[in-house]
Write a protein that binds this ligand. Structure first.
Ligand code: NAD
Ligand code: MG
Length: 397
């Protein structure tokens, strides 16, 4: 492919786990694609290092306080990369002609504005930022349809389902697989005293701290149930969750004729990213082939323990309740995870905070972005009040 066919990719959350994996895959295909925009939250040094390695046209730091350091660092390094700061600069770069493809890999609800901008501008949207779908799934899907955007889910489960649905047939049922996280098999009582370091030590996947805690609480799977509902138009009662400790079967789809399709592979997000970057072609990702015998020769499945991991049931409940409930669930969870990582509450304080916030904020209709953002803000305030009243360690009995 010549320069004209070059796929220009904006990598949002470029310094994170998904962003780094995306840049790794992009760099394997220098004749077909390049990173034209990189964006990060506040780590200027890490962003500068990425600019040196990938030489994008634009670099964006979300935190305005980082702008001068970014601009000067780029100049001192002799790079032509333009420095930008703030959310509006990011949204206009995403929507403009600096990129064809957007990797949405900012963590949390902070990723919604740029994800929406990519959807509205009709970009190829490689969507890792699941929180934006949980917060505003209907709106985001509607804007993507209107804008003509192609969404390729980057969450491994949803990427698996996307691959299984490639022939266009509707799924009768979806089964999301879950590794079970670092506390699989633990009792609720044992979970009361776990530390942040234990919670982020995921057995199968290497990920950022927030999603690692979500995986440990099974809230990640709950967010993924809501995500699957929006991406694939399947109601909550047609989505089930199975714990699969080997993390090799990334999800399954059941069809009307009794067939079930699954996608398998090693647990490495570069596969999903390569699917998104190359689609409908298969391109190299750097991930080796799956050798089932080398992986232990066993694929096991078990039901999740909803008593020890109430977050999963809370998410199913929020999806069924509808309206602003998923936005409230997500916001309360973000606040609780952040408090847990800072040692301000125990691990069981996470489901406690989410449940109390959902109770305090009955679902309202969610037909506008303003209603959703108000629910997000209200839930954060309610969650913070709850958190302030919880003990720092051990959560509640
Ligand atoms: P991470 O913590 O490793 O990286 C987060 C990135 O977002 C960083 O680059 C950070 O600078 C940036 N960021 C944070 N706040 C920002 C803001 N306000 N504005 C701009 N940038 C900001 O997280 P991650 O593990 O890469 O996860 C990113 C997203 O992908 C999350 O939504 C997560 O749920 C999803 N996801 C991740 C994985 C995985 O394997 N890591 C798998 C599936 C889905
Ligand atoms: Mg996932």
């Amino acid at each position: 492919a010549g320069v004209l066919n070059m796929q220009r990719v904006a990598v949002l959350g470029a310094t994170g786990s998904i962003g780094t994996s995306a840049l790794d895959v992009i760099a394997r295909h220098p004749d077909a694609m390049r990173a034209s925009v990189v964006a990060a939250g506040s780590r200027v040094d890490a962003l500068l290092a990425l600019c040196l390695a990938h030489r994008p046209e634009h670099a964006v730091i979300a935190d305005p306080a980082g702008y001068a350091a970014l601009r000067d660092g780029l100049r001192e390094a002799g790079l032509a990369t333009q420095a930008h700061a703030g959310g509006e600069a990011l949204e206009s770069l995403v929507a403009g002609d600096a990129c064809d493809t957007v990797v949405a890999a900012i963590v949390g609800a902070a990723g919604l504005p740029s994800t929406l901008a990519a959807a509205r501008a009709g970009k190829r949207l490689l969507l890792a930022n699941k929180e934006s779908l949980v917060l505003a799934g209907e709106l985001l899907m509607r804007e993507a349809r209107r804008g003509g955007a192609t969404i390729v889910p980057i969450d491994s489960e949803h990427n698996a389902i996307f691959q299984c649905l490639a022939d266009g047939n509707a799924p009768a049922r979806i089964t999301l697989t879950a590794s079970g996280g670092p506390f699989r098999g633990w009792s609720r009582a044992a979970l009361a005293s776990v530390t942040p370091a234990q919670a982020v030590a995921h057995p199968k996947w290497s990920m950022g701290p927030k999603i690692s805690v979500d995986s440990a609480s099974l809230m990640n799977k709950g967010l993924e149930v809501i995500e699957a509902h929006h991406l694939f138009g399947v109601p909550g009662d047609a989505i089930r969750v199975l714990v699969h400790p080997q993390s090799l079967v990334h999800s399954l789809v059941d069809f009307a004729d009794g067939s079930s399709l699954a996608q398998l592979g090693l647990p490495d997000m570069r596969t999903a990213l390569a699917v998104g970057l190359g689609w409908p072609r298969r391109i190299a990702s750097g991930v080796g082939p799956l050798d089932l015998l080398a992986q232990g020769g066993k694929l096991e499945f078990e039901a999740p323990d909803l008593d020890a991991f109430p977050c999963l049931a809370l998410a199913f409940g929020a999806l069924a309740a509808g309206g602003t409930a998923p936005a409230v669930l997500n916001a309360a969870n973000e606040e609780a995870v952040s408090a847990f990582l800072q040692g301000r509450i125990g691990f069981l304080g996470i489901p406690d905070t989410v449940a109390a916030t959902l109770d305090a904020m009955p679902p309202q209709s969610a037909d506008s972005i303003d209603a959703l953002l108000a629910a997000d803000a209200g839930a954060r305030a309610a969650a913070r009040a709850r958190i302030a009243a919880l003990p720092a360690h051990g959560g509640r009995a």
